[in-house]
Design a protein around this ligand. Structure first.
Ligand SMILES: Nc1ncnc2c1ncn2[C@@H]1O[C@H](COP(=O)(O)OP(=O)(O)O)[C@@H](O)[C@H]1O
Ligand SMILES: CC(=O)N[C@@H](CCC(=O)OP(=O)(O)O)C(=O)O
Length: 302
């Protein structure tokens, strides 16, 4: 057989390998939290959006919840303001709230534009639209961190209606309080609340690290499977710091609320989403309720 023919065959094999996964997730909702440096690099951004678009085209029902923390910090610095974080949450005064809302709105429409350019209908919403995300003031260890919100309710029907009409919803993490105050919600928290409300089959966090590591500076310490209990211990021990704290808490909360597959993936790896979903090679960190099992990745093993 010629080399060219062998290459074609390999491509066909890849598609066949994906078949059980396509069947497994057909018509199922997958929430993709998209943040970190995979948002800054234009090539990576395009690849992530291509992946999500492909998921949509093969029959999955993806919802994108995006962040933009790095971009918000960049704009704050441009306006002479120093970003401050407490336990991974941005201290948000009135001026910061204004910058965050503007930046997230711009990021949102940029993503809509990209999805539309790939031939899929996208609708970009802030949590303010249609009462999608209602929030209340959040404190961090009793500390007042300004207009940071925690989600109190999600109107799942807004998203389910859009999915039913075959749109790809793209959500930015801004919410409205009972008093109609605008709140800045950590995008991980927003993705977690949304995944629970729509009974997602899967929640994938795309970040800018390999996954959860015992030493974040050393990729070889990646933990590929983590139970909730182990995750809590890592937070207590101080192994998890900064933005990984709300992310891991969101993972734990989502699992406890019934989202069966929760992953932290390295958004810097081209097509990490496709690799995770369509092959049996687990990448990043998978978080579990209890017993760990490599079978987790197999579509035949529920
Ligand atoms: N144990 C850990 N393993 C991996 N990353 C960690 C860990 N502890 C802290 N981090 C930090 O968490 C960051 C990811 O959180 P964050 O910056 O909020 O991501 P995103 O912007 O994608 O939501 C990583 O870049 C890393 O610096
Ligand atoms: C309260 C809070 O921290 N809000 C976040 C919202 C954006 C976000 O979460 O972006 P990433 O996912 O890219 O980090 C912030 O202001 O940075």
């Amino acid at each position: 057989m010629s080399q060219k023919m062998q290459e074609y065959l390999k491509k066909a094999e890849v598609l066949i390998e994906a078949l059980p996964y396509i069947q497994r997730f057909n018509r199922k909702i997958i929430v993709v939290k998209y943040g970190g440096s995979a948002m800054i690099d234009e090539t990576l951004k395009k690849r992530v959006i291509e992946d999500v678009t492909l998921l949509k085209l093969v029959g999955f029902k993806p919802i994108i919840v995006h962040g933009g923390g790095k971009e918000i910090s960049r704009w704050m610095e441009k306006t002479g303001k120093q970003p401050t974080f407490v336990n991974g949450l941005r201290v948000t005064d009135e001026e910061t709230m204004e910058v965050a809302e503007m930046v997230l709105g711009k990021v949102n429409k940029g993503l809509v534009q990209l999805v539309e350019s790939l031939g899929v209908r996208a609708i970009g919403l802030s949590g303010k639209d249609g009462g999608l995300l209602r929030a209340q003031k959040k404190f961090s260890d009793g500390k007042d961190i300004g207009f940071v919100g925690e989600v109190t309710s999600v109107d799942a029907n807004v998203l389910l209606d859009l999915l039913e009409k075959d749109f790809l919803p793209i959500i930015c993490p801004i919410g409205l309080g009972e008093d109609y105050q605008t709140y800045n919600i950590n995008a991980d928290d927003a993705a977690c609340a949304i995944a629970q409300a729509v009974h997602a089959e899967k929640l994938a966090f795309l970040s800018d690290v390999e996954g959860i590591c015992t030493d974040p500076a050393d990729a070889s310490t990646l933990i590929s499977e983590l139970t909730i209990q182990e995750g809590k211990q890592l937070i207590e021990k101080g192994t998890i710091t900064g933005g990984m704290i709300p992310k891991l808490y969101s993972c734990i909360e989502a699992i406890q609320a019934g989202v069966s597959r929760v992953h932290i993936l390295d958004g810097r790896i081209p097509h990490c989403l496709l690799l995770e979903i369509f092959t049996n090679r687990g990448i990043g960190t998978a978080i579990f309720e209890g017993e760990r099992s490599r079978f987790y990745y197999g579509p035949d093993n529920q």
